[in-house]
Unconditional design. Structure first.
Length: 297
């Protein structure tokens, strides 16, 4: 007897479209950049816990009652799991033991490791896809690219000379800013000095004699002691110091790889070419030095 071909049971419950949203609704963010991205995507209501640093870049979270947890590097898995997340967002450097415990608990974990602007764009799109906001993510990226291009074209149109810029993300040890900062420096009309993300000595910076110095220390906000570092490093005769181009750009503007970087771009543009961007308030700086004065001490 010929057996009739088995037809798929499309009515089986596992084959039906689920009537509920499968995207994460309870997110723990261990990185300010992830929190900024969620805010830009209109998903801030899904953040049930975040770090204290997230409050610096997303002030609307202050006083919201969200649980405050340790960041990616010092993460405490018990603290994170107590928030009952269905997704944990983090970025390098990770606390590997905590990551392992999160995964063992069956909670989804998305770890990011951006190095350049294209990585930042990709991370935004990935997060957007995970939370079900793909179109919004693509729009956020398009808006960022549009503004970066507009700033670059404005500098080029003004035909201003490109200034050499040393930008640091940490002071002890002295570390040059990341590659995405170098790309922003380029867009703002400058040439990045040194190798992004690498250790450098004060003597090497002195020998490079940059036209501008920019300090954006991780976790320091806008509180980098500019006069002190110039004095301690013996930088009194660097061109940037003599010409009054020593700036402190708020940490979150350059070290948060998210839409926040546009604030860093504007600060850099106003610092390097204030005559081209008169509508932007330049970042904090120290006074122009005289060649007769060796230090600020």
């Amino acid at each position: 007897m010929k057996r009739e071909a088995t037809r798929p049971s499309w009515g089986h419950p596992y084959n039906r479209r689920m009537p509920y949203d499968l995207h994460p609704r309870r997110i723990v963010s261990l990185q300010p950049s992830a929190t900024v991205t969620l805010a830009a995507l209109g998903c801030l209501d899904r953040v049930v816990a975040c770090t204290k640093y997230c409050l610096d870049v997303v002030p609307e979270l202050r006083g919201s009652g969200r649980t405050i947890v340790a960041d990616s590097w010092s993460a405490d898995h018990e603290q994170i799991l107590a928030a009952k997340p269905d997704l944990v967002l983090a970025s390098v450097p990770y606390q590997l033991d905590a990551v392992a415990d999160i995964l063992k608990a069956g909670v989804r974990f998305l770890g990011l490791a951006p190095h350049c602007l294209n990585d930042v764009y990709a991370d935004i799109v990935v997060i957007a896809g995970v939370v079900g906001r793909t179109a919004e993510g693509e729009q956020v990226v398009a808006d960022m690219q549009r503004e970066i291009t507009a700033v670059s074209e404005r500098v080029e149109a003004a035909r201003r000379p490109r200034l050499s810029v040393f930008c640091e993300e940490w002071g002890k040890p002295l570390i040059a800013s990341q590659r995405w900062v170098a790309e922003l420096v380029d867009a703002a009309g400058g040439e990045f000095v040194g190798v992004p993300g690498k250790h450098v000595t004060p003597e090497e910076v002195l020998a490079a004699d940059p036209d501008a110095l920019v300090a954006a220390w991780c976790g320091a906000g806008d509180r980098v002691p500019l006069e002190k570092i110039v004095t301690q490093r013996g930088w009194g005769e660097i061109r940037a110091v003599l010409e009054g181009r020593v700036f402190c750009v708020p940490d979150e503007y350059l070290n948060t790889p998210a839409p926040t970087l546009l604030l860093g771009l504007r600060s850099l543009a106003a610092a390097l070419h204030p005559e081209v961007f008169p509508e932007i308030t330049p970042p904090r700086s120290i006074a122009k030095a005289s060649r007769s004065v060796e230090t600020f001490g």
